[in-house]
Design a protein around this ligand. Structure first.
Ligand code: ZN
Length: 636
């Protein structure tokens, strides 16, 4: 017969009638092995979890699904809940992670310490192995991982949690079904069953997305505006709407920052939350204070609230520094020029699904970027023209794009020309009409490519010679080259070059812009895709009257797996020159290339139209003598 200690006997007493939230603050202890906050669970630092704690106490709610950001402390909260459930009434539980190693580590590091240090279990024996924890009271928590379907299938469970369900392990389906369905099924027999399903998300269509679509609605975390008191959810991007408590649809707020500031840190420091109702700008402190009064509301009308609740919790709900408006904006600014980084920002910070970057652009996809303007005209918002040139044996392919300093761009022109003179005309003399006056090219990117030009000179040598001849024509020129292999950013500067490929000494050193063409093509197609979004980020538009040739060349490549990474590869022998020009455009406008279009305050490359009858005593022209008044001037 087992002899119980005094403390162990305590556990057989009916548990105190205490809510999960209050229990967390009274009994749940965090230890330094895994938490930066040590001691009793700091509820004031995680106000959003009060919503979930109340749901977990509600006997009518059987499962909570949470689409979440990384680093919000949700796993700790779930562990606390498992301990609380054992405190209230011992029973079987399963905690499922994506893979075995993580599950075992979770058991040994987190669960062991959680049971040993919980103030309500002091002196109560629990035994923890990699497989899970067994309590002397008869309760158990088994660790599982997604691919161990069999071990899940063999146990019934009252409590369950599945973490990171969008990770690869969970996608395995066997004859016993997929892991989440399996967990749910094993709990069916328990009237007081309860589960938590959670994950960061990846792409639209992932497992969490499916679960969200099956849910009747998504609950959003509302907070009251400190200025007008309107309860509203928090969004990052402008243009969202929400269902208010009175049943009306209202405009949502957004994270605002001053984009006229040059420096990204200054921009981040200007970050405020803009109220969707009164337009007041909240500071991070005001946002955090509002979070203490948060509540959850469905995003669409529901007549009967179901037994499952789906909720979206993201970084802004965090009241520690990671959730500051400054951190969010800085992370956005640092990721927005690279689709890969931007996806991480969407997934990890915003807990939003990301639309997959196109792998096979087809004409209908590209045509969606058509905007209401005609080829050859410069839209009013544009402040600079960029030309990119692909050098061929018998001529030059080129693309001209107009850019705003918010990195939105409009394709203006493309073409193939044969001679150097024609090229120089387009790059240095031609103007396009804009509301600011005739506009000429501000910056040129020209590919130093390979191959021979027709007169025996290599293309590279020709470009070098051309570069030094045209350096001082008032247009910025960059020489580019595709970089084989992947770079951390879209491009890097090459080492200074002092001699041409055939060993001729150059008049001065020059540095090539080495482009990661896979990244820059991703970025281009990402921006093409943005053109049809409701709140586009740096969209790339094409004119309404675009020619078929352009669509053909843009479809000339598709993404193909090469080892671990995917690379853009030519389909057969199709011309891809315009796609090359377009990806160069992305680099030429980039902030990392001497500030790019981002630092331009006023339109550049504007030519003063020649005055047919210049007034004789014009102060501006007092230096002018005869023909000099016809010399066009430009602003830089
Ligand atoms: Zn307000």
């Amino acid at each position: 017969m087992t002899i119980f200690s005094e403390a162990e006997l305590q556990i057989w007493k009916p548990a105190e009638d205490i809510s999960f939230w209050d229990w967390l603050g009274k009994y749940f202890v965090l230890s330094k092995e895994y938490s930066d906050v040590v001691g009793l669970y700091p509820r004031e630092l995680v106000p959003v979890f009060k919503i979930l704690a109340d749901w977990l106490d509600d006997p009518g709610i059987k499962e909570i699904c949470c689409r979440k950001s990384t680093q919000i402390g949700f796993t700790t909260f779930i562990i606390g809940w498992f301990v609380y459930r054992q405190y209230k009434r011992p029973g079987p539980g399963i905690f499922c992670m994506a893979d075995q190693a993580t599950a075992e580590e979770m058991s040994m590091l987190r669960f062991k310490s959680a049971f040993e240090s919980a103030k309500c279990f002091q002196g109560v024996k629990s035994q923890t192995t990699k497989k899970g924890t067994t309590l002397v009271t008869g309760g158990t928590i088994k660790m599982a991982w997604a691919s161990s379907i069999a071990s899940i299938a063999s146990s019934s469970t009252r409590d369950y949690a599945a973490d990171e369900i969008t990770k690869p392990g969970y996608s395995l389906k066997t004859q016993e079904g997929e892991p989440v369905g399996r967990l749910r099924y094993r709990a069916k027999g328990f009237d007081d069953r309860k589960g938590i399903i959670t994950s960061t998300v990846t792409l639209e269509g992932d497992r969490m997305h499916q679960i969200e679509q099956d849910a009747d609605c998504t609950y959003l975390v509302h907070v009251p505006c400190p200025h007008c008191d309107q309860r509203q959810p928090l969004f990052f991007f402008k243009g969202e709407t929400y269902l208010a408590a009175d049943g009306t649809t209202q405009p949502g707020g957004y994270v605002h920052f001053d984009s006229s500031l040059e420096n990204k840190y200054e921009r981040a420091r200007s970050a405020r939350y803009c109220c969707g109702t009164c337009g007041a700008l909240w500071t991070t402190e005001e946002k955090n204070a509002a979070m203490q009064k948060c509540s959850a509301h469905p995003n669409k009308p529901v007549s009967i609230e179901g037994e499952k609740r789906f909720i979206w919790i993201w970084r802004i709900h965090e009241v520690r520094s990671a959730g500051s408006l400054y951190s969010l904006v800085l992370e956005f600014l640092e990721s927005k020029d690279d689709p890969e980084k931007l996806q991480n920002f969407y997934n990890n910070a915003l807990a939003l699904y990301f639309k997959e970057i196109v792998k096979k652009p087809d004409e209908s996809f590209i045509a969606k970027a058509k905007a209401d303007y005609r080829a050859g005209t410069v839209p009013d918002e544009a402040i600079a023209l960029i030309a990119t040139v692909d050098v061929q044996k018998y001529g030059f392919w080129y693309v001209i794009r107009a850019w705003s300093n918010a990195e939105t761009s409009w394709k203006i022109e493309h073409g193939f020309i044969q001679g150097e003179e024609q090229l120089n005309h387009i790059l240095f003399e031609k103007t396009w009409s804009s509301k600011h006056g005739p506009m000429r090219v501000w910056r040129v990117g020209i590919d130093t490519g390979g191959g021979r030009k027709d007169d025996g000179e290599t293309a590279t040598e020709w470009v070098y010679r051309w570069y030094f001849q045209n350096l001082s024509r008032g247009v910025q020129i960059f020489l580019t080259k595709g970089f084989s292999g992947s770079l951390p950013d879209n491009f890097k500067f090459g080492k200074p070059i002092f001699t041409s490929p055939t060993g001729k000494k150059l008049p001065a050193g020059l540095r090539l812009v080495l482009i990661d063409t896979d990244k820059s093509k991703d970025l281009f197609f990402w921006r093409i895709n943005q053109a049809q979004e409701e709140t586009p980020i740096c969209a790339a538009y094409i004119p309404a009257d675009e020619k078929p040739e352009y669509f053909q060349q843009l479809q000339s490549e598709h993404k193909v797996k090469e080892g671990a990474r995917e690379v853009w590869t030519k389909k057969g022998n199709q011309d891809n020159h315009l796609l090359d020009c377009e990806q160069m455009q992305m680099i030429m406008a980039s902030r990392q290339l001497y500030g790019g279009v981002f630092i331009i305050q006023e339109p550049v490359g504007i030519m003063q139209p020649a005055q047919p009858q210049a007034p004789v005593n014009n102060q501006e022209d007092d230096e002018d003598e005869g023909g000099r008044s016809r010399i066009r001037r430009w602003r830089r």
